[in-house]
Ligand binder design. Structure first.
Ligand code: MSP
Length: 513
């Protein structure tokens, strides 16, 4: 069985400082990366910045900066966000790096060799903000301005010499690929969108521009800059040292298991990218997952709308585990979701502070008082104990299957359900009322609940790594014990060492906060 797993985020435009939408894509990808690691996979998790093109050049000019210096500064902000979000990315790629331009050059040459590139003239609509070409039927006039129907961003008329990629000739092959690989595009609603679009027939794609200079030049024709999307998409293989297809990294990790992206960039990932790869005779990624948008005031966040939510402000106030949990629990991954600070507070209080956090605290305090602060062994488990533990253990297979389809909402709902069950079990079992009368039974209850706290901490670890790390460390478990195997296997708990002190995991948020 292939035990390697390659997952990517979109690479972000360093045109402004990162916002909650960017944080969302990255957090989601990190959760899957962490889950696969605890499942025992060698994971490669890639993120980075997309630095070329007209959009960035214009933004740099607006700020009176050389584009490279401008990108250096903003790319650093995205890089430091990876730490703030507690991401476990193994690499951070910048498209201004040499390893990347080398890879883009080679991909271009392959497309020339395969006969998929020709020189002509482009005339049509272009949105600098989306870095996308639009057909006449994809634009509309609003308040006297021509905008893209899908993104609402301004379009301008462009007429220039351009290299084209023979996208039209890949229509049939793409449709075949979607048909034969039912889960290539998820969620299903997104797949249908793409298929409908492709079925209408694809036009050849302009893949070079001549009206600005910030980007990678076309090999042998320096007048042309390679279209920023062809440039950007290639990052997924540049990070694996393409064009060296014998490289260990490339061999281990290509094709990627999943590209996590927002639905706004589905067309680029589910149509253009696979078409480039087909033409270059390279394997296609196994999946493109398009998540919905985080809405602020019911609208997609954007600089021009002025409704940007700053993830760093929220994290400073409420904590990163708290934000990660909230985004997973309260936003449906495939759909758009509004977020509000009110809901975030309720979620922290009800799910994290009152439920999981409080359970750990109460159980640890009880063990300290009544069992010399050590996890007791159980001589005999009764039906209720077995049921609590087995419900979870027997469902691990299904949880893995849910995560394999990026069904994060089902996963979290199930795990939170187990956490509520564990709380109820502890309350109903009342170990405090039998500690004198039946100390053996008390030990069985404590063993059961601690075993379950360990299991819950492992399952919640990809989502709230800091808090669950504290719980597991307090139980004297090591990083290696944070694995799905440690849920299935018995006898992972350490009965010899005293529990370490467990600080409050989630403070309740008062209303005036
Ligand atoms: N640079 C391109 C991606 C190239 S990938 C080869 C790009 N960058 S971006 O910075 O504009 O946005 C990247 C991603 O951020 C979006 O696809 C999406 O995943 C995420 N989001 C940006 N705004 C968002 C929301 N409001 N909500 C959720 N995610 C959104 O596109």
């Amino acid at each position: 069985m292939n035990k390697n797993f390659y997952i990517t985020t979109p690479i972000y435009y360093p045109s402004g400082k990162p916002h909650m939408g960017h944080a969302y894509s990255s957090i989601i990808a990190d959760i899957f990366a962490r889950f696969k690691r605890i499942e025992g996979y060698n994971v490669l998790f890639l993120t980075g910045t997309d630095e070329h093109g007209q959009k960035i050049q214009k933004e740099a000019e607006k700020n009176n900066k050389d584009p490279k210096i401008f990108c250096d500064e903003l790319s650093d902000k995205f890089r430091s966000l990876t730490k703030i979000l507690n991401l476990t990315n193994d690499d951070f790629i910048r498209t201004s790096e040499k390893r990347h331009s080398k890879s883009v050059n080679e991909l271009w040459k392959k497309l020339v060799k395969s006969g998929d590139i020709y020189l002509d003239k482009y005339s049509g609509w272009y949105s600098v903000s989306d870095e996308a070409f639009y057909d006449e039927d994809e634009i509309e006039v609003k308040e006297g301005k021509k905008i893209s129907k899908s993104s609402g961003s301004l379009v301008e008329w462009v007429e220039e010499e351009s290299y084209f990629f023979k996208l039209s000739s890949w229509t049939k092959k793409l449709l075949e690929h979607y048909k034969n690989n039912k889960e290539f595009i998820l969620p299903v609603s997104r797949k249908n969108e793409v298929i409908n679009f492709v079925e209408k027939g694809l036009k050849d794609l302009s893949i070079s521009r001549t009206s600005f200079s910030w980007g990678i030049s076309v090999p042998n024709n320096k007048k042309h800059i390679i279209y920023v999307w062809l440039d950007a998409l290639t990052n997924y293989i540049s990070a694996l040292n393409f064009p060296d297809t014998n490289d260990k990294k490339y061999k281990m990790f290509w094709p990627a298991d999943v590209h996590i992206i927002g639905k706004d960039i589905l067309r680029f990932h589910a149509i253009y990218w696979p078409a480039f790869l087909l033409a270059a005779n390279l394997p296609l990624p196994k999946r493109v997952f398009g998540h919905g948008w985080i809405l602020s005031d019911q609208k997609k966040m954007s600089k021009s709308l002025g409704n940007i939510l700053d993830p760093i402000e929220i994290i400073n106030k409420y904590g990163i585990d708290q934000l990660r949990y909230y985004l997973v629990k309260e936003v449906s991954l495939g759909n758009d979701g509004s977020i509000s600070m009110e809901n975030l507070k309720n979620c922290i209080n009800n799910d994290l502070a009152n439920n999981f956090g409080n359970l750990c605290q109460r159980v640890f305090t009880f063990v300290k008082k009544n069992c010399d602060n050590k996890i007791p062994k159980a001589n005999k488990l009764d039906a209720k104990d077995e049921k609590l533990l087995n419900n979870l253990k027997e469902n691990v297979k299904n949880l893995i299957a849910a995560m394999d389809k990026q069904n994060l909402n089902e996963y979290i709902k199930t795990v939170v359900g187990y956490s509520f069950d564990a709380n109820k079990y502890f309350n109903d079992s009342e170990p405090w009322s039998i500690k004198k009368k039946d100390p053996e039974r008390m030990k069985s209850i404590l063993f059961t609940i601690l075993e379950q706290i360990k299991n819950l901490s492992i399952l919640l670890n990809p989502i709230i790594p800091i808090a669950t790390g504290k719980v597991l460390t307090s139980m004297n478990l090591s990083i290696d014990d944070i694995s799905i195997k440690s849920i299935i296997n018995k006898n992972v708990l350490n009965h010899d060492k005293e529990l370490k002190n467990l600080e409050i995991l989630f403070k309740k948020i008062e209303n005036d906060n």
